[in-house]
Design a protein around this ligand. Structure first.
Ligand SMILES: *[C@@H]1O[C@H](CO)[C@@H](O)[C@H](O)[C@H]1NC(C)=O
Ligand SMILES: *[C@@H]1O[C@H](CO)[C@@H](O)[C@H](O)[C@H]1NC(C)=O
Ligand SMILES: *[C@@H]1O[C@H](CO)[C@@H](O)[C@H](O)[C@H]1NC(C)=O
Ligand SMILES: *[C@@H]1O[C@H](CO)[C@@H](O)[C@H](O)[C@H]1NC(C)=O
Ligand SMILES: *[C@@H]1O[C@H](CO)[C@@H](O)[C@H](O)[C@H]1NC(C)=O
Length: 613
């Protein structure tokens, strides 16, 4: 099976009687074939104003621009890799040697000289092609997980810019390393699209470097090593699979955070649509992180819909939230350093609860090292990871009418201490709490709805002899609503097939400690809909629209964008970076004085109060 976002289409192609005009399969149809898309595209209204011939369409994911902190200079831009991805499926990743750009050496060469690092992926493609998943790794550490845009006959162009400052130690490491990109593409007579892509690194510098707890000192990949004929991710095929790497943690580590990357494909691309627990394992999925088999953290994923998912028109030209830049998730492992720092190797593993084939999962272990000693000592104080609670309620009111509700809960907590030379004895606590509710409903066999919300809380508190050294709390909420049904029916085979998707990424984050205080709030809401008019069983026209509102308010600035599209055209677009009165940017004065010592307790208490209220 192709290692791409779409795979399931192979199955659907068998079900769909393909020759034009197309027939509409019963809801909920999650993939259209290339010929169906082409047929619908032929009926697409011209965007206002009609584009000049041969101009590629620009697709974009709504995101905030990355602004360097005040006083930075740059950027210094370096093209790291340029490649045309033709037939690349099951071939080794495309690689390029990496060493720090000369401008970084000129700025002193230290990781702490980097005030902002942005990785840019820019690509074009024309013809016919599926959405393909791809990954970018540096020395086995994943920097970006993404999905390609699906091309049009006259071409598309898109770019992704990702803040990669947290990988500064890797970008500045003096020994040479390898940049690897795996994008498994298939090219043949029907699927003609070749992806032409550039990967560029933009660096901004500060002078002098800031003190305080910056990015990790070392990042250890928990992924597969080169050479191989695939991406460096692990593949997880079912509920029992555990994929792991063994590693020995540097003896002077005092903080550890595991960053998890994931994507789902094949039978699990639309995991949230399996209402029935006896069909496709039901709608709940989570990635669990294990140390020597014990669950130490979990990820309840944001439901990214790839650019070809449900109907590709839903995501043109405004791509789905996270589709061009899949989120990664942090698990604080500091409380477990007591297990990891015994001088032995340990297995860091991943599993996916209720998985079907297949998931791509890997991780980056971010480690902070004690500058004043060759070895720290650590111990675990408490650890509690009760089993997952999951319940499905079923109601069936005759054939074609079904209702399933699945709920799930989980909590994980741990505390541990680390004895350091630089900071004395520190104590870290880590808490995760999750809840999930999913309803899947089918009515009269013609209407299907999925309504799901995942809520996740995580908190880390690190104290030393003088109080709170570092504290961060995050609350995330990921609502998803999908409707597909037949409306305006004039006869049994003449109607409008309406599909709509509402996707939300909501996040509140506050952090406090000696380096300062910050808070970030993001509300990203996207509504898309597509109508296909069907007459006597044939699709005769299509129209689609999308609207998105992005509100980011933080101590380091604000960004708002309100954008709407109809067909391929953007019909309204408003953006600004002026913080509204009363937004957290009012606290900017505090954050600006990063070098001043905060009353740690007070700042942390303020942060906690804000999140837990
Ligand atoms: C990649 O970079 C090359 C060299 O600068 C340029 O000619 C090409 O147009 C770029 N491709 C894309 C997709 O931006
Ligand atoms: C570069 O150095 C780092 C840390 O010293 C080490 O972990 C890594 O394996 C080295 N990479 C290569 C390619 O030698
Ligand atoms: C989805 O379910 C939630 C409860 O979990 C409810 O509050 C919300 O109104 C539902 N959304 C829709 C569009 O029905
Ligand atoms: C259904 O028909 C009504 C009345 O003609 C029209 O206003 C509406 O836009 C139609 N809905 C769709 C989804 O086509
Ligand atoms: C339309 O569908 C209904 C229910 O399936 C069926 O009873 C009826 O005979 C159909 N009408 C036509 C004209 O096919």
């Amino acid at each position: 099976m192709a290692e791409s976002c779409y795979v399931r289409v192979l199955f659907l192609l068998l079900l769909v009687v393909t020759p034009l005009p197309i027939s509409i399969a019963s809801p909920l149809k999650l993939r259209l074939s290339a010929s169906e898309v082409a047929a619908l595209e032929a009926h697409a209204p011209p965007p206002p104003p009609p584009p000049p011939p041969d101009t590629p369409t620009t697709y974009f994911e709504v995101d905030r621009p990355h602004r360097p902190p005040p006083g930075s200079f740059g950027p210094c831009s370096t093209l790291l890799l340029s490649h045309s991805f033709g037939f690349t499926y099951t071939l080794p990743p495309v690689t390029a040697p990496y060493s720090p750009p000369p401008c970084l050496a000129a700025a002193g060469g230290r990781a702490s000289a980097i005030s902002l690092a942005v990785l840019e992926w820019r690509a074009t493609c024309r013809g016919v092609q599926f959405d393909r998943i791809f990954g970018v790794w540096l020395g086995g550490v994943e920097l970006l997980r993404s999905c390609t845009a699906e091309p049009r006959p006259k071409g598309v162009v898109w770019s992704v810019s990702k803040d990669v400052t947290k990988y500064a130690s890797l970008l500045a490491a003096r020994n040479s390393s390898t940049l690897a990109v795996y994008l498994g593409n298939l090219v043949n007579d029907q699927y003609t699209g070749v992806y032409h892509a550039n990967v560029t690194l933009h660096l901004y510098f500060r002078h002098p470097p800031q003190p305080g707890l910056g990015p990790a000192d070392v990042i250890v990949p928990i992924s597969q090593s080169l050479p191989l004929n695939s991406g460096q991710w692990f593949q997880i095929n079912n509920n029992e699979d555990v994929e792991s790497a063994s590693l020995a943690v540097p003896a002077n580590a005092y903080r550890a955070v595991l960053e998890v990357y994931l994507s789902y494909h094949g039978s699990d691309e639309f995991w949230y649509t399996y209402g029935n627990p006896f069909n496709g394992n039901g709608p709940f999925r989570e990635v669990t992180v294990r140390i020597d088999g014990d669950v130490v953290g979990a990820v309840w994923p944001f439901p990214v819909i790839y650019t070809g998912g449900i109907s590709p028109f839903l995501w043109r030209p405004i791509s789905g939230i996270g589709s061009f830049n899949l989120p990664s998730y942090d698990i604080e492992l500091t409380p477990f350093l007591g297990w990891l720092l015994d001088g032995e190797e340990h297995e860091l593993g991943f599993a996916v609860t209720d998985a079907q084939d297949f998931w791509y999962v890997d991780g980056n272990l971010h480690l902070w090292l004690d500058p004043r000693s060759a070895a720290t000592t650590a111990g675990i104080i408490s650890y509690d990871a009760p089993p997952l609670e999951k319940v499905t309620a079923v109601a069936s009111r005759g054939p074609g009418n079904e209702y399933y509700q699945t709920t799930a809960f989980r909590s994980i907590s741990a505390a541990g201490w680390v004895q350091t030379s630089s900071y004395g004895k520190i104590t870290a606590t880590w808490t995760q709490r999750f809840s999930f509710v999913n309803t899947n409903q089918v009515r009269e066999d013609t209407e299907k709805t999925v309504n799901q919300t995942t809520d996740a809380y995580s908190g880390v508190h690190v104290t030393d002899h003088s109080g709170v050294a570092y504290s961060q709390e995050a609350e995330q909420s990921f609502p998803l609503y999908i409707y597909q049904g037949q409306v305006n029916q004039t006869s049994n085979d003449s109607f409008t097939e309406e599909t709509s998707v509402q996707l939300r990424f909501e996040e509140e984050r506050v952090a406090a400690g000696r380096p300062g205080f910050w808070s970030r709030s993001l509300s990203n809401a996207q509504d898309s809909a597509v109508d296909v008019r069907v007459q006597e069983g044939d699709a005769v026209g299509t129209s689609w629209r999308a609207a998105q509102t992005y509100r980011y308010e933080a101590t380091d600035g604000c960004y708002y964008r309100d954008v709407a599209s109809q067909g391929y055209g953007v019909v309204s677009d408003h953006a600004d970076e002026v913080c509204a009165k009363g937004s957290p940017a009012a606290g900017r004065a505090i954050a600006g004085g990063a070098a001043t010592e905060l009353g740690g307790d007070a700042a942390a208490a303020a942060g906690v109060a804000r999140l837990s209220s």
